[in-house]
Design a protein around this ligand. Sequence first.
Ligand SMILES: *[C@@H]1O[C@H](CO)[C@@H](O)[C@H](O)[C@H]1NC(C)=O
Ligand SMILES: *[C@@H]1O[C@H](CO)[C@@H](O)[C@H](O)[C@H]1NC(C)=O
Ligand SMILES: *[C@@H]1O[C@H](CO)[C@@H](O)[C@H](O)[C@H]1NC(C)=O
Ligand SMILES: *[C@@H]1O[C@H](CO)[C@@H](O)[C@H](O)[C@H]1NC(C)=O
Ligand SMILES: *[C@@H]1O[C@H](CO)[C@@H](O)[C@H](O)[C@H]1NC(C)=O
Ligand SMILES: *[C@@H]1O[C@H](CO)[C@@H](O)[C@H](O)[C@H]1NC(C)=O
Ligand SMILES: *[C@@H]1O[C@H](CO)[C@@H](O)[C@H](O)[C@H]1NC(C)=O
Ligand SMILES: *[C@@H]1O[C@H](CO)[C@@H](O)[C@H](O)[C@H]1NC(C)=O
Ligand SMILES: *[C@@H]1O[C@H](CO)[C@@H](O)[C@H](O)[C@H]1NC(C)=O
Ligand SMILES: *[C@@H]1O[C@H](CO)[C@@H](O)[C@H](O)[C@H]1NC(C)=O
Length: 874
Amino acid sequence: MASSYTLSLIFLLTFTINAYSSTPSEPDILLTFKSTIHDPMNHLSSWSNTTTAHHCNWTGVTCITATISSLTLQNLNLSGEISPSICQLPNIITLNLADNFFNQPIPLHLSQCSSLNTLNLSNNLIWGTIPDQISQFKSLKFLDLSENHVEGKIPEGVGSLIYLQVLNFGNNLLSGSIPNVIGNFTELTILDFSLNPFLESEIPSDIGKLVKLEQILLQSSGFYGEIPDSIIELKALTIVDLSQNNLTGVLPSRIGNFLEKLVAFDVSQNNLVGSFPDGICESTRLTSLSLHTNSFNGTVPNTSVANCLNLERLELQNNGFYGDFPNNLWSLPKIKVIRSENNRFSGQIPDSISVASQLEQVQIDNNSFISKIPHGLGLVRSLYRFSASLNGLYGELPPNFCDSPVMSIINLSHNYITGEIPEVKECKKLVSLSLADNNFIGRIPESLGDLPVLTYLDLSHNNLTGEIPLELQNLKLALFNVSFNRLSGRVPSLLLAGLPALYIQGNPDMCGPGLSNSCPSDNSKQKIGISKLACAVISLALLAGILSLAFGFFVYRRSSIQNLETGIWRSVFFYPIRVSEQDLIMAMDEKASRGSSGALGKVYIVNLPSNELIAVKRMPNFRNQSFKTLKTEVKTLAKIRHKNIVKILGFCHSDDSIFLIYECMEKGSLGDLINKGDFQLSWSIRLKIAVGIAQGLAYLHKDYVPHLLHRDVKSKNVLLDIEFNPKLTDFALDRILGENAFQSSSDSKSGSLCYMAPELGYNKKATEQMDTYGFGVILLELVTGRAAEGTDSSEDSLDVVKWVRRKVNICNGPVQVLDPKISSSCKQEALGMLEIALQCTSVMPEKRPSMSEVVAALQSLGSKTRVHHPEMSV
Ligand SMILES: *[C@@H]1O[C@H](CO)[C@@H](O)[C@H](O)[C@H]1NC(C)=O
Ligand SMILES: *[C@@H]1O[C@H](CO)[C@@H](O)[C@H](O)[C@H]1NC(C)=O
Ligand SMILES: *[C@@H]1O[C@H](CO)[C@@H](O)[C@H](O)[C@H]1NC(C)=O
Ligand SMILES: *[C@@H]1O[C@H](CO)[C@@H](O)[C@H](O)[C@H]1NC(C)=O
Ligand SMILES: *[C@@H]1O[C@H](CO)[C@@H](O)[C@H](O)[C@H]1NC(C)=O
Ligand SMILES: *[C@@H]1O[C@H](CO)[C@@H](O)[C@H](O)[C@H]1NC(C)=O
Ligand SMILES: *[C@@H]1O[C@H](CO)[C@@H](O)[C@H](O)[C@H]1NC(C)=O
Ligand SMILES: *[C@@H]1O[C@H](CO)[C@@H](O)[C@H](O)[C@H]1NC(C)=O
Ligand SMILES: *[C@@H]1O[C@H](CO)[C@@H](O)[C@H](O)[C@H]1NC(C)=O
Ligand SMILES: *[C@@H]1O[C@H](CO)[C@@H](O)[C@H](O)[C@H]1NC(C)=O
């Protein structure tokens, strides 16, 4: 009773004072503040003089004893102007406007807020330089301007902010060097200049004065020079991130001194050198612990103070460190991540690594460790990645090497490990195992077939013997490499059908498709698993049958026996061809592969029993299209009848793969001809090819219903028949794969970058103009005789578009870019084609002609001069 009475008295008093003094009331101040703010989502709807809610209950407002102490308007999509009116709130301590869209210079007028100690403008669109008057914010303790567009030099004025505890200028566009005032920030706990790529500064040497500093975050900026020795004075540090700068020199010699509280230490990707300071993380207690490692139960006796006991992450990768890797680091009680790849560290991995009971990740590839792999490693139950390729590891793999139940990646390739590969039992989460290029002997362990998610298996370049275990057929491998061993016997056929990237060469005693030895037709060699295998093959053979159907009929087949490895195969043929899925699968060895077209799949030339050739494109089935959609889409493409477009004869698909079957063209692809480096086609044939491709594209764009975009126009996708008539292939695959899968596979496809229109970088929506661009690049290949991507030698490394652009603007340039093999009487036509090519490859999409305009232009080139020149051979 009494207290509520007092409270209302205070209300009354405040109200009275506000009413009679000249200062507006707090709600009015808030409303004035709101009036300059744009609030599209209406998050501040509670800020209103018509609501009954007390203003202390308005969105983002916090009060202490009924006066406003804090405004937290974070992530509300606000923009507009930050009005100084807010400083009329007498007791406002915190103003947090982070994660909005305020687009203005640093609001200096907020320095009038005499009580303000926290200003958070992180992640807005604040721009401009930091004025020297930033010094007016003298009372601030927390200043966060991170993730904005603040630029220019940091003025000395910041040195006045002597009460700062947090200074965050991270992720801006600051330049120049850090002024020599850092020593003034004696209260500072967090210093963040990270992600300012234009800074060009040494780490200030008076950093050692910031004795309360806990976090120093300078990563990915322009820091150079040595790490100042004074850093070792910073005994409160928990996080040090100096990665991705240009730091040089050695680590301060007494760095061990400041490691007591350290949790994360990252100096990766610099140019640091030298050996690691002696005795780092050393203490008598740790050494004695490491003696009886296996009985260690996780409790750290607290008898003496030791360094590094809190260290969780140590990242030293990509520097020039050498010398012995400090032994103690391997057995720290809290260590989770040890990365030191690409240095020249030597030393051993001690058995006491078993003490590191939190260890998750070890990456020490490409160093000079000379060590056995200790038994203790297998005792670390939290380890999910161990990669130590390119070192001097030797001895045998301990049988428990893969015992961590969370182990996911093991890479021990390029070492000197001997003995047999132990059976693996525990690591059911193993995804990737590389033991390539060691001295392993004996058989491939059958238990690998029991690892349910194993996807990458590389055992190449060892001395393994015996047959490939049939158990491996259980796996869904994406890569299987056993090349260059001494394996024998037959390649399990379901491994072939499972469609991993398969490397089996270099095993002279092995037989099967793709190898020089074919297997004796039937033998009793494969005893285990034969019944399952036979079942699969027979069911396929039976149901696949042989078809011979009238033109235009669609057939739909489906094997009834579902089998884990092959899945269900369904096929549809649009033309009478005689082929079974099994024929296809068996025919797809690497020898038959023709012109890889990157991530979108490979093309195989398959010789049918009837001696006809077909081309089969194998693509991953992303399964984001139903079978019905898939069938409809392929049908749409198969119905195209145009002399410059390759016929689709049919397709089959399983859960894993889609095979598109095309007619086969005798002369292969235009791209292959050009890439051979000896491109001899006569001018008239070049012109015929250009016109043909243009007609094919114009047909897809305008005449065919539905209108289609090719989306991968390049010379590799232009096939030539015996008379060099061009036919486009691989068209409109987006409709088969689905837009998302198509885009993500073509994003990862690097091989044909220079055919991609520049606007593809920002405009993901496909357009006709993008096809036109790709066509323009083919025209450039035809007139210059140069491969689109350029070759290795210095000037030639330019792609053809850049190369031509560089030359044509100089005097006589256009004539110089022409293929010298084009006879002089055809030069005029060639120059005409060059001009069309330049229009098609214009950087501005709207300047490119349509494909039907291109057809007309190319045809008129020919007709203008054709009459006067008999066909020339080059
Ligand atoms: C509320 O504020 C608006 C302007 O901010 C003013 O026009 C209106 O009269 C006020 N209403 C009341 C009830 O105070
Ligand atoms: C704020 O709202 C809550 C209920 O939503 C109410 O209990 C409280 O009294 C209000 N506070 C003020 C100061 O109006
Ligand atoms: C901000 O705006 C975007 C789109 O304009 C919207 O998707 C998002 O949900 C909004 N966020 C908030 C917190 O209102
Ligand atoms: C500022 O706000 C951001 C976003 O919420 C937050 O991550 C950051 O810690 C805040 N800065 C300070 C100094 O409190
Ligand atoms: C550093 O702080 C002192 C007061 O502690 C002040 O006199 C001096 O001006 C400050 N330096 C700068 C550059 O502002
Ligand atoms: C790093 O420093 C070296 C020598 O000081 C200099 O040559 C090099 O350009 C610098 N690199 C960057 C990325 O700043
Ligand atoms: C750990 O082992 C020590 C001695 O070996 C024992 O005294 C202690 O109780 C054990 N602690 C736990 C949690 O098991
Ligand atoms: C353990 O050591 C810390 C310092 O590292 C100390 O603060 C704490 O009091 C010690 N605890 C015991 C039980 O001795
Ligand atoms: C190994 O590290 C060195 C630097 O120590 C580097 O130059 C080299 O490229 C690295 N090798 C591989 C294969 O990454
Ligand atoms: C492979 O093993 C055989 C027999 O054990 C041995 O003669 C041969 O030298 C080994 N080859 C390599 C490359 O280690």
